[in-house]
Ligand binder design. Structure first.
Ligand code: BV8
Length: 247
């Protein structure tokens, strides 16, 4: 990754009064959380798209809960990495910095990130599958007391409070993410840019006049549509840029 590209990005961040950062599974890779499409992205030969749907849960809630319990146990043994820490620092120190994440592992939260929008929900939140009206609730116990867990209000089946394929993103989160596209610099980090509507945000930011940059281990469908594409591991490139900002 050439230095001058990092210097250009550092300079843009230095001059920006509003910065927005979009993250995906690649930001948590260095923490040991398997990405969706990288090696290890499969669980028992199931693709994420096969299990992360309301149809799959309707067919076999026990199987889908086993997958989420496996991911909760794995994420519980992981810690935020330098990419999370730099993003958390910037979210606190930049005048206006919004962090939009597709990740449901809440490692950004554990790193102390401010102004965080979790557009796909959280592994650690549950809600009522029967939509009895109970508010979603937090449960960080590993293992879960009951499998499958039940709704504390109606006793019916509980589901992970994440956004499944085919389900719309929560309105307030999507509105806040779109609003954050009105920024000076939009940075997309560690995402394959394949899952919509999140993958459309960088193009929306560019349409609104933002300088757009991508940091990813490999090229993505977004690489040709940003002002600056930086290839490399986020857990190394972000600290490098942070050092340039402080020096
Ligand atoms: C919806 C929560 C209304 C659950 C997730 C338009 C076009 C085409 C399709 C659609 C479209 N609009 C809607 C769709 C359908 C669908 C979709 O996008 N399908 C894709 C697969 C084509 N979208 C939806 O269903 C969305 N809902 O649109 O509702 C609607 C409904 C029906 C029909 C029309 C409209 C809901 C999408 C949300 C699904 N839920 N997660 C759970 O986690 O269990 S998505 C889930 O997968 C993640 O949250 C994340 O968003 C996505 C995985 O993507 P990434 O995070 O990017 O991870 P990935 O592994 O792919 O890539 C990692 C990258 O990191 C790689 O490029 C790798 O090189 C890089 N990397 C690795 N290590 C590092 C690194 N980079 C830097 N440093 C490193 N160290």
């Amino acid at each position: 990754m050439s230095d001058d590209k990092l210097e250009v990005l550092a300079d843009r961040l230095r001059r920006a009064s509003r910065v927005t950062i979009l993250t995906g599974a690649g930001v948590s890779a260095a923490s040991g959380v398997p990405t969706f499409r990288g090696n290890g992205g499969l669980w028992r030969d199931f693709r994420a798209e096969d299990l992360a749907t309301p149809e799959a849960f309707g067919r076999n809630p026990a199987l889908v809960w086993e997958w989420y319990a496996w991911r909760r146990a794995l994420v519980a043994s992981c810690r935020p990495n330098p990419a999370h820490e730099v993003i958390a620092q910037w979210s606190r120190e930049f005048d206006r910095c919004t962090v939009i994440t597709q990740n449901v592992d809440d490692l950004h939260l554990r790193a102390g990130t401010s102004h965080l929008i979790r557009v796909h929900g959280s592994l650690w939140d549950l809600s009522c599958w029967g939509k009895c009206g109970a508010e979603p609730w937090r449960d960080e116990t590993v293992p879960l007391a009951a499998m499958p867990p039940a709704c504390p209000s109606c006793g019916g089946l509980a589901r992970p409070a994440v956004v499944w394929f085919g389900e719309s993103l929560p309105g307030p989160a999507l509105d806040a993410a779109l609003e954050a596209c009105s920024c000076d610099a939009f940075l997309t980090v560690g995402t394959s840019a394949l899952v919509y509507p999140a993958a459309g945000l960088v193009h929306e930011a560019r349409r609104r006049g933002a300088f757009t940059a991508e940091i990813n281990l490999e090229p993505t469908p977004a690489s040709g549509g940003v002002d600056l594409a930086c290839l490399g591991p986020a857990d190394q490139l972000l600290p490098n840029i942070a050092r340039r900002l402080t020096s």
